[in-house]
Ligand binder design. Structure first.
Ligand code: ADP
Length: 705
């Protein structure tokens, strides 16, 4: 039993042992298996790396750009075919070759086009670059004209990855681009030159057409003929407007427009524009009123020509689209005395047809007009506002419109200009007393009342002459009245009453018949009233009783040193230098109605002679003339004047309308600039504006009308 028990115990132990052996064997098998798997995984990974490496290299080999790898000793370890291609199978170029050797080979074998540079200098430059911590990319040109950009990247351990990019296409493309741009630029220059010539060529004959049609209208014509002549003139003028608009627009479009800043009088510029637009009122019951804030400076630095153009467009449109009521030009602003900047707000308000809300933004577009082409009843190109908008934007300003159909429109713009001359407080010294106002137009009366009120006067409006006479007392220091409205009744009555104050008669045109000798201080002021003119009239000392006998409205004083002497009046002398016979004729006929002495010069030399022998008060000078041109003649006149201190106003007459001309002409010493075809109103304004004192009144009432 003992043995049996021991045997059983032994058996159990043996069983346990054999179980353990099985377990161990299984474990060994597992470990073996794992080992096997790891081994095969490793070899797969190895293969994968090999594949990846091969693929990478294949890719590097297949690219067109060169690739090479250098060790920290600048020895090439590996390079792709594209890189080696440049060295065209040279034996030395293989793994282990140094960068210096490569540079050597490149110069010696003529691989690189040195473009005249010394090989040693080039190598030194390239080596210095190579050795820098972060080499800048460099472009080299190969013998075959291809361009290669070298980009070298230095790694942490000092290895260098080198890329050689073939940028021949890009370089070629850039060259083509530059060539194309040069071509385009020269084409643009040719276009502007063409436009300049075209404008010149078209304007010159148009001068004849418009001028002659104008003269024809002054002759005895029957109704039908008069209509024909008028149509010729209007069509000619419309054509000129179109030419100018298209020229300006293409200039703005090509960004060729340049602004010329110089000091100017804004109030004066507005009145010039208004005066030239007067003829457009033609029988319409429309008043143009200018309300220039009395306390705002008027002298600024800016491009007066372009501002005038914007004003002409806005005021011209307002007049065109208004058949009755008024066009009110209002200028307000804020002047900062420290920065000397004035922000000007100009609005042009009319009582015309208005613009529907959905068309409001549209009007500033190119060739955009509110009514469509079929139903057009107003002339125009639809470019005016587009040009104005661009010009104002160029000046750093803004332009806008508000409108109500059937009520009217209000166009406004804002610009910031440098102030030249802040208002002189002396000209604004307070006035005392009462002013009587006889003005039938409500808008003008309202404005005048406001202005006189600002100057300190108490204003009483009177509807009739008897009503005014009733108001008359010792406190009345000023009577302002519309000349056409009160006629000569007023002055006569005032004489009888021995009125001692001032009388200012408002009249729509320049000059006017000299007042019959009067004991009353009567002055004349042109409508619309310019602030400058008003202040000047009010600032004038009241004449003494004896000298108050002659109160003809005196024009602007001139520089004639003799004007102070009491001489019998002579005629104003005007010299016109113009070689073209047709233009001479046009000019002669245009000024036919004026009481002046007119002399013609056929070229600059004659103009110079006549300057001395004829002593003109005003010169009109054509620019292109044979023998001696207008600029040369003007320079010669100015040189003579430098010795005497005199200064005769010279107006340039020219058909050129392109940028640059004007400056050149002004640089020759001209004062003003008129483009052909000449307009009667401009000529009248020039002559009227320079009429010296003590000459026969140049413009009679009939002529002005
Ligand atoms: P144009 O007057 O030559 O047609 P603009 O660009 O000056 O060209 O004006 C574009 C259009 O805007 C005009 O044709 C007209 O329809 C409208 N417009 C401009 N000003 C006024 C205005 N004051 N009143 C009514 N419509 C106007």
């Amino acid at each position: 039993a003992e043995l049996f028990a021991a045997n059983q115990k032994l058996g159990a132990h043996a069983k346990k042992l054999s179980e353990q052996i099985v377990e161990t064997r299984a474990e060994v098998q597992t470990v073996r298996d794992e080992n096997q798997r790891v081994k095969s995984d490793l070899s797969i990974a190895h293969k994968k790396i090999e594949i990846a490496e091969r693929r990478l290299w294949l890719s590097i080999e297949s690219i067109n750009d060169g690739f090479a790898f250098f060790n920290p000793d600048s020895q090439m370890i590996i390079a792709n075919k594209a890189y080696l291609w440049a060295f065209d199978g040279l034996e030395e170029v293989t793994a282990g070759v140094s960068y210096i050797t490569l540079l050597q080979l490149m110069t010696e074998e003529g691989i690189v086009d040195l473009n005249g540079q010394a090989p040693a200098a080039w190598r030194a430059m390239m080596l210095e670059r190579w050795q820098s911590a972060a080499p800048e990319p460099v472009t080299i040109r190969l013998w075959n004209g291809e361009y290669v950009k070298l980009i070298d990247q230095r790694g942490h351990g000092g290895d260098v990855v080198s890329l050689a990019l073939n940028i021949t296409e890009t370089v070629r493309y850039q060259r083509d681009l530059k060539e194309a741009r040069d071509n385009a630029e020269s084409a643009a220059r040719a276009k502007s030159a063409f436009l300049a010539n075209m404008s010149h060529e078209i304007r010159t004959p148009m001068n004849g057409v418009v001028g002659m049609a104008d003269l024809l209208m002054d002759t005895a014509l029957d109704e039908e003929q008069a209509l024909f002549a008028k149509t010729i003139k209007n069509s000619g003028e419309a054509l000129l407007v179109i030419i100018n608009d298209v020229l300006d627009f293409s200039k703005l479009d090509a960004e060729k427009m340049v602004l010329h800043h110089k000091p100017f009088d804004f109030d004066g510029a507005i009145h010039e524009v208004v005066m030239l637009l007067h003829s457009a009122l033609d029988g319409k019951d429309v008043q143009i009123i200018v309300d220039y804030d009395l306390f705002l400076p008027t002298e600024f630095l800016g491009d007066v020509g372009r501002l005038r153009q914007v004003l002409t467009n806005l005021i011209g449109n307002a007049v065109k689209f208004t058949s009755e009521g008024h066009v009110l030009v209002r200028v307000v602003g804020s002047h900062d005395p420290h920065s000397r900047q004035t922000e000007l707000h100009v609005t042009v308000e009319d009582t015309g047809i208005g613009i529907p809300p959905d068309k409001l933004e549209h009007v500033f577009g190119e060739f955009n007009q509110v009514d469509d082409a079929q139903s057009r009843s107003y002339e125009g190109t639809g470019l005016g506002l587009a040009i104005s908008q661009r010009l104002i934007k160029m000046m750093g300003g803004d332009i806008w419109v508000e409108s109500e159909v059937g009520v009217g429109s209000s166009f406004g713009f804002k610009v910031c200009l440098e102030t030249q001359n802040a208002i002189n407080p002396a000209t604004l010294k307070a006035m005392v007393g009462k002013a009587l106002l006889l003005e039938p137009c409500e808008a003008i009366a309202g404005l005048t009342e406001k202005q006189l009120g600002k100057l300190g006067l108490e204003v009483v409006r009177c509807a009739t002459v008897p009503e005014a006479l009733e108001q008359l007392g010792a406190d009345v220091t000023l009577i302002m009245a519309d000349e056409g409205f009160v006629g000569h009744d007023l002055v006569g009555a005032l004489e009888e009453l021995h009125y001692q104050g001032r009388v200012i008669l408002l009249s729509p045109h320049l000059g006017g018949q000299a007042q019959a000798e009067s004991t009353v201080d009567v002055q004349q002021l042109q409508k619309p009233i310019s602030r400058h003119a008003l202040l000047e009239k009010l600032a004038r000392p009241r004449p003494e009783a004896e000298s108050a006998t002659s109160t003809a409205p005196a024009p602007e004083p001139d520089t004639d040193p003799q004007s102070g002497l009491p001489e019998p009046p002579r005629k104003m002398r005007v010299l016109a230098a113009e070689d073209n016979k047709t233009n001479q004729l046009v000019f002669r006929k245009m000024v036919k109605a004026l009481d002046i002495d007119l002399a013609f010069a056929g070229n600059g030399r004659e103009a110079l002679e006549l300057y001395s022998s004829f002593a003109p008060d005003l010169v009109f000078m054509d620019i292109s003339m044979p023998e001696m041109d207008g600029k040369e003649a003007t320079r010669a006149i100015r040189a003579l004047e430098a010795q005497t201190g005199a200064h005769v106003p010279i107006y340039a007459l020219t058909a050129h309308a392109m940028e640059g001309d004007k400056e050149e002409i002004m640089a020759a010493g001209m004062d003003q600039y008129l483009t052909k075809p000449l307009r009667k109103a401009e000529i009248y304004a020039a002559i009227g504006g320079h009429q010296p004192e003590n000459v026969v009144q140049v413009i009679s009432d009939d002529a002005a009308a």
